[in-house]
Design a protein around this ligand. Sequence first.
Ligand SMILES: C[S@@+](CC[C@H](N)C(=O)[O-])C[C@H]1O[C@@H](n2cnc3c(N)ncnc32)[C@H](O)[C@@H]1O
Length: 508
Amino acid sequence: MRPSVELPLVERFRLLIARRLGLQFEDAKRAWLADLLVRHAESAPCDIPTYLARLECGAARDEIGALAQELTVSETYFFRNIEQFHALRECVATDRLRARAATRCLRILSAGCASGEEAYSIAMTLRDMLPDPSWELVIHAIDLNPAMIRKAQCARYSSWALRETPIDMQQRWFRRDGSNLVLDDTIRAAVRFNERNLHDDDSEWWPSDFYDVVFCRNVLMYFTPQGARSTVARIARALAPGGFLFLGHTDTLRGLSQDFHLRHTHGTFYYQRKNPRESAAADAQPEDTCLSDVTSPMISRSEEGADDWVEAIGKAAERVRMLTAQAMLPSSRGTASSAGCDSHLGRVFDLFREERFADALGLVQALPPESAQAPDMLLLNAALLAHSGQFNPAEAACQRLLAIDPTNAGAHYVLALCCEAAGDQIGARGGHQRAVHLDPGFAMPRLHLGLLARRSGDLDAVRRELGQALLLLQREDASRLLLFGGGFNRDALLALCRAELCASAGVL
Ligand SMILES: C[S@@+](CC[C@H](N)C(=O)[O-])C[C@H]1O[C@@H](n2cnc3c(N)ncnc32)[C@H](O)[C@@H]1O
C-alpha cells in the first residue's frame, strides 16, 4: 500500500465501493484499492478526503462509471455455456410464449451484459421462435461499465469472442470487416443497451412482473452477500411469476432467495420464479413442474435470516458435543431431561454414531410436532429413514423439508439416495447434481456421482467426481459425515474412493 494513504481512508473507499457498486474486495486487495484511490483523486484533481466525500454524497455519477471500468471483470463471449441457450430455446422460450399468448411480447433482461455478447446470443437464439410477425421480442441489456456499453453498441468483435458460436450462426449473422466480425443489423436492433447500476433500485428497470427471462450470469460472484441478496430480490420482483433466471455456472441462489424453483434440463441449472401463492405458502408441497423434462422440485431458502442447514447441523453437532461432554460428568448424568429437545438430539446423534438407526429414528419420531417440523429435525428424520431402508417415508420427509427450504442440499442428497434404492439412476444423478450445485463443498453426492458413473462406464466422470470427492472428504464436516456417510467413517469413505479410482484406472 502507498505509505501516503492511511488505512481508514482505504477502508472508507472499500465500504463505499460495497455500498454504491455492491462489489466485495478482500483484505489482500487493500494495496491495490489504495493505489486506485490515489490515482483517481489525483486525476479529479483533489485530495483524498474530498474525493471520498464527493463519492459518498452521490454527486460524482461519472466517477462511479470510471471506477467501475477498473473494478469490474468484463470477460464474456458469445454463447458462453451454450447448454443454457439450448434450455432457453427448447424449454424456457416455449413456456413463456405460451404464457404470453395474450400480450404477444417477450421481454428479456441481460443484467451485467458486459460488451453485449450475451444479449446478442439471446437475440440470435430466439430470433426464429416468435410464432408470427405480430409478436415482439425486446431484449434490454444493462451494465455499470460505460466502456462496455459503448463496445456493445458498436457490435464489432474479434473472432476470439465467437469461439463458442455455432458455425451456422457465424455464417448467418456476422460479416467480416478486416480482422473484425460485424454483427447483422437485424440482431443489433433487437437489443437495447443502457448504462445502469444493478444496485440502484430504479423503478424504470425493475417494474413488477415485467420480464420473462433474466440473465444475470457471472455477476453476483463479485457482490457482497447483501448486494447479491438485494439484487436477486429485485430480479425476483421484476420477473413475471413463472419467469426464468439464468445464473453463471458457479453461482447459486443458495442462501440468497426463496422465490425460485430450481430447474435442471440440458445439463444445466436455472431458476423459475414461483407464483406469489407458492412463495407465501412455503409449507405447501412443491407443485409438479410445468416443464416436461424438468427433474427438480424447487429451490430457494428457509426463512430470511435463518441459518443455512450446514450452519444448523454444525450448531446441532456443537450441541451434541456439549451434551456429550456434560454426559461424561457423573453429576450431570440423568439430568438431561432439563435440556429438552437438545438432550433428545444428543441421544439421537449418539445412537447414530452407534449405528442404531431404528432406535435413533424412534427418538426423532417421538419429538413433539413443533420440534419435529424444524428443518434440521426433518433432515435428521429423512436421513435416518433412508439409513433404515424406509425409502418411501424418507422421500416424503425430504419433500416436506424442501417445501420449507428448497435450497437444502442435504434433502436433495437423501432424495437421490431414495432414487438409487428404487433403481432410478437418472433421478439419482439429478438429485446428486442438485446437491452439488447447491453446495459445491458437499462430498457425499460427489462420491455417489462417481459410483453411478462407474456403473454406467463413464470413466471421465468417474475420475472427475471421485477425484473431487477425495479432496472434499478430507475436509468434510464431521457431523455431515455422520449424517450422510451411510455408517462409514471418513477413512472408510476415503479408502472406498481410492479403491474405485484405482479400479477405474485399471479399466483404461
Ligand atoms: C464477468 S462479466 C459477465 C458478462 C456476461 N453476463 C457473461 O456471463 O458472459 C460481469 C459484468 O457485470 C458488470 N457489473 C458488475 N457490477 C455491476 C453492477 N453493480 N451493475 C451493473 N453491472 C455490473 C461488470 O461491469 C461486467 O461487465
